[in-house]
Design a protein around this ligand. Structure first.
Ligand code: ARG
Length: 255
């Protein structure tokens, strides 16, 4: 079932890619945004290394990619922190221009927003206590699972293991704290944040199995095709010239 979905998504992203061809040189002055000349990005900055606070600054992979896109479009970047579940509605409501938050492309979200080309891959990982008897996704049946609310990990776990077995926390760090305190048996969350959270909490480990693999992309309003084309064009150039890879490598060290 999940394979089929992935194929569908790939097709729709290819179509998107074709639609964006030929319009890569959009000038900033003609691209409509919430505030003229400013690219406003909605994110949830509790998701290292994609977005997190360094003092009162939001930094990370997504912040740097957004800055590089804004630079290309001749715009200023402004980042707004919010609950993960509010990002898509804020994009739809025209409160922010783009949602960049390690956000996975899925069918439900595609009904509400457009997505750019994908710029990174995410894997849903399972975090357990070091002495846990959970060794694979199959072992999650009947266990209490912690997730970050409104994320794909939340959706998959409710679908696969039942709502009554899933506890949703406002952010990933809180879910991992609950695991450390024995309030849940495991946490399902994207692999890079998982590594980050495990490195700052004693006695936890990440299972060496992949639950679901996903594509991250930028969410943009369905009503602003011009912005979609401009952002997607800039992102494609940044992928082609290696900038995106350099940013990823800066935050994600090869194992
Ligand atoms: N990739 C997952 C999703 O799209 C989790 C993203 C959470 N991102 C964040 N910035 N908190 O649902």
């Amino acid at each position: 079932m999940k394979k089929k979905l992935a194929l569908l998504l790939t097709c729709s992203m290819v179509m998107l890619g074709l639609a964006a061809c030929g319009s890569e040189k959009a000038a900033s002055s003609t691209v409509p945004t919430v505030v003229d000349g400013v690219l406003t990005m909605g994110t949830n900055a509790q998701f290292p290394p994609y977005e997190f606070y360094d003092g009162d600054q939001i930094v990370g992979i997504d912040a740097e990619i957004a800055q590089a896109i804004a630079d290309k479009l001749g715009m200023k970047l402004e980042i707004t922190d919010m609950d993960f579940g509010s990002i898509i509605t804020s994009v739809q409501a025209g409160k922010v221009d783009v949602g960049i938050a390690g956000m996975t492309v899925n069918e439900e979200r595609l009904q509400n927003v457009n997505f750019s080309t994908s710029y990174a891959t995410g894997v849903q990982a399972i975090i357990v206590k070091e002495d846990s008897d959970i060794a694979s996704p199959d072992d999650l049946a009947g266990k209490l699972i912690g997730v970050q609310e409104n994320t794909t990990g939340h959706i998959y776990c409710e679908d696969d293991f039942g709502t009554e077995n899933v506890i949703a926390y406002t952010n990933g760090a809180t879910a991992v704290q609950a695991l450390a305190q024995g309030k849940v048996d495991c946490v399902v969350i994207d692999n890079e944040p998982a590594k980050n959270f495990v490195s700052t909490n004693e006695g936890l480990k990440i299972l060496n199995t992949e639950y679901v693999t996903e594509d991250y992309a930028i969410a943009i309003s369905k009503d602003n095709e011009e912005l979609l084309n401009a952002v997607d064009g800039a992102l494609k150039e940044l992928i082609a010239d290696g900038t995106v890879q350099t940013i990823l490598d800066k935050y994600i060290k090869a194992e």
